[in-house]
Write a protein that binds this ligand. Structure first.
Ligand code: URA
Length: 224
């Protein structure tokens, strides 16, 4: 049976935005994590499955160079190898949930951290702390945050990475779910950053939660 999937795709996505193929399998995974009756254990298990798909998609965007190897049959194979070094950077707290998925495919990858918190007076994200590999300016960065809602936190994170010398072209922002408003704001401000998103939802409510969304990702993963 073919299933009609329900992703809201803005008419023309900016060229820097890449989505996972909205297959029935992917929609089934999202249906589980959106369901408010899903247990914390299942939320972790099924969101991890989506994270793994997203990380694989993100790795597709890393630069490669020609690489020739000899195979056990005595043949020469002209393939490719990754060019340069990479690192992950997670936006705390929710972004930490994506680190294990990244480590599963990039064994000893270095991971930096950025701690931001919403300033209740201004509603803007306030910067508290960051720690990066010393040579981050020469690495490609996979920026990890599961939710792109209004875009405030991810835009602040890119600003901090740029201050540390990472050019926009070398940042790949990976998230599970995004709102069109945040996606538009982010891509307008940072058109050269590639965005890998698993699903684009309908929009935001007055409290900046994504609709239909999945609730507070960090609470569902760590607290509920
Ligand atoms: N953060 C979340 O975890 N969920 C939303 O819907 C918006 C922000």
């Amino acid at each position: 049976m073919s299933v009609k999937t329900s992703q809201t795709t803005p008419a023309a996505l900016p060229p820097s935005v890449f989505t996972l193929s909205p297959t029935a399998q992917l929609e089934a995974l999202y249906t589980i994590i959106r369901d408010k009756t899903t247990s914390r254990g299942d939320f972790i298990f099924y969101s991890d499955r989506i994270i793994r798909l997203l990380v694989e998609e993100g790795l597709d965007h890393l630069p490669v160079v020609p690489k020739t190897v000899q195979t056990p049959t005595g043949s020469t194979y002209e393939g490719v190898g990754y060019e340069g070094k990479i690192c992950g950077v997670s936006i705390l707290r929710a972004g930490e949930a994506m680190e294990a998925g990244l480590r599963e495919v990039c064994r000893s990858i270095r991971i930096g951290k950025i701690l931001l918190q919403r300033d209740e007076e201004t509603t803007l994200p306030k910067y508290y702390y960051s720690k990066f590999p010393e040579d981050i300016a020469s690495r490609s960065v996979l920026l990890l945050d599961p939710v792109l809602a209004s875009g405030g936190s991810s835009m602040k994170a890119v600003e901090i990475l740029k201050e540390h010398g990472v050019p926009e072209e070398r940042i790949i922002f990976i998230n599970l779910i995004s709102a069109p408003e945040g996606l538009k704001a982010f891509c307008t401000k940072y058109p050269a950053v590639r965005v890998i998103t698993g699903w684009i939802d309908k929009g935001l409510n007055e409290k900046a939660y994504i609709l239909p969304g999945l609730g507070d990702f960090g609470d569902r993963r760590y607290c509920l």
